[in-house]
Design a protein around this ligand. Structure first.
Ligand code: TRP
Length: 454
């Protein structure tokens, strides 16, 4: 009995833009500059680049290879390599992690839509950005509505399918994202404090650089490249056999990293140095406040939040697609029903996160641990956005090496590639030793310090 032909990406470029769209998100534009600011600027950037190549790239290859070889998402891929084994829980972990991340990521993604419309309708009053942000995030109804709008958009794209939805949208929006970013960079360079900002961003110093900086760079690389929960695996399962994974994976990694670096070229010239406020405040309060006093600031703010919203949407669709494809492949659901089911579940799971920024006292401060108070969103970020990605990534490497065998992964990665044998000999020790050791470090850090990586 032959299974019906699986839907495939139309073109190499379509795959690259979709996978880069998954990778490029709030992680690049909001989180990367903020983590860079907190960890020493230029030195962090250098370290990050090294980790992306030595740890991120090999794991990216394993996910794409396992996905394409089996033609399945995480649950199906594991079942085809190791049927009826306990490894199947790794597949379920991936599906659950996707829903877990999407549930809180969707809340922040909703902010980008609100801020876009607010820039359009009224603009921002200088000095008021902190108050605007405060009253917005503590309004339960607004948080739920904008999160719902974003989930709705995400679900709509996934309903339309791999080619007709995800690939088409990414092919249109990724170039728009690039143009918006380039425009914003040029604008940022004309600002009076641009040079001092760039100096902080680009000149390596030892300030803010500690032992944990290494861990932060690793966590950031994982999240930014969408690794550890089968998103790249699932996108790999829609890759045609004739595509060259070695090349496509490298382009996606370079693209993602370039966009993160470019985001720094917007944020730091605008700030003029190290960010004073950390976390959500950086983009939604500090940057908004600066835009409100700059010439043409309202248009610039619209462009900036449109850019964030686009980046977020091409990421949320990849998070939803993992669970949707699970229902389609393993439970024989029709795509629209599967996408709507996952969208509805994620919306419900997201409600407590939406209410945990002040709307509900209880959800905003569930308890104190490791020297800070934790709201519902913080807990979900810790469990799904940090810990289970690292555990998932680690187990995936073990699964590939032990069950699937490196040789099969290499055949898939190097198929259609003309790379010399030395590439294999460089990649192999990274895959076997460096990547798992690095990820094990992250898991240890998360479990023993109780700190998050954001
Ligand atoms: N990489 C995206 C970002 O940088 C977020 C994301 C999308 C993600 N899919 C993922 C993170 C899968 C981890 C796993 O914003």
């Amino acid at each position: 009995m032959s299974a019906p032909q699986r839907e495939k990406w139309n073109s190499s470029l379509g795959f690259i833009l979709a996978a880069a769209g998954s990778a490029i998100g709030l992680g690049n534009i909001w989180r990367f500059p903020y983590i860079t600011g907190k960890n020493g600027g230029g030195s962090f950037v250098l370290l990050y680049l090294g980790i992306v190549l030595l740890v991120g790239l090999p794991i990216m290859y394993l996910e794409l290879a396992l996905g394409r070889s089996t033609g399945k998402g995480p649950v199906g891929a594991i079942a085809s390599v190791a049927p009826k084994s306990l490894w199947k829980f790794l597949g379920y972990l991936a599906v659950i992690t996707g829903i877990g991340i999407l549930s809180f990521y969707g809340v922040v993604a909703g902010w980008t839509v609100y801020y876009f419309f607010k820039s359009f309708i009224s603009g921002f009053t200088p000095g008021q950005s902190g108050n605007v942000f405060g009253s917005f995030v503590t309004s339960g109804s607004k948080q739920i509505i904008f999160m719902g709008i974003f989930m709705g958009l995400t679900t709509g794209v996934v309903v339309m399918g791999v080619k007709g939805g995800i690939e088409k949208l990414s092919t249109v929006l990724m170039p728009v994202l690039l143009v918006l970013m380039l425009g914003l960079i040029i604008y940022a360079m004309t600002l009076p404090k641009a040079m001092s900002g760039l100096k902080f961003y680009l000149v390596p110093t030892s300030a803010g650089f500690t032992k944990t900086t290494f861990i932060y760079a690793l966590g950031q690389a994982f999240f930014s490249l969408s690794l550890g929960m089968g998103a790249m695996l699932t996108y790999g399962s829609y890759l045609q056999k004739k595509e060259n994974i070695l090349r496509a994976g490298l382009i996606v990694v370079i693209f993602d990293t370039a966009i993160a670096l470019m985001a720094g070229f917007i944020i730091f010239p605008v700030l003029g140095g190290a960010p004073a406020a950390a976390g959500p405040g950086l983009v939604f309060v500090v940057i908004t406040d600066l835009f409100s006093v700059l010439p043409g600031g309202r248009i610039i703010a619209m462009a900036f939040f449109a850019m964030l919203a686009i980046a977020a949407l091409t990421s949320t669709i990849s998070l939803l697609e993992v669970a949707a494809s699970y229902l389609i492949d393993e439970h024989k659901m029709k795509r629209p029903a599967a996408a709507l089911t996952v969208g509805a579940i994620t919306f419900c799971v997201g409600i407590p996160s939406a209410l945990s920024l002040g709307a509900s006292k209880f959800l905003s401060n569930i308890g104190s641990f490791a020297g800070r108070s934790w709201g519902f969103l913080d807990i979900f970020d810790y469990v799904f956005g940090n810990l289970s990605l690292a555990i998932g990534g680690m187990l995936l490497v073990v699964f590939v090496l032990w069950k699937w065998k490196l040789q099969h992964a290499e055949e898939e990665i190097f198929a259609n590639s003309k790379a010399g044998p030395w590439v294999k000999y460089v990649l192999r020790p990274l895959t076997i030793f460096v990547a798992p050791a690095a990820v094990a470090l992250v898991i240890g850090f998360l479990l023993f310090t109780g700190k998050t990586l954001s």
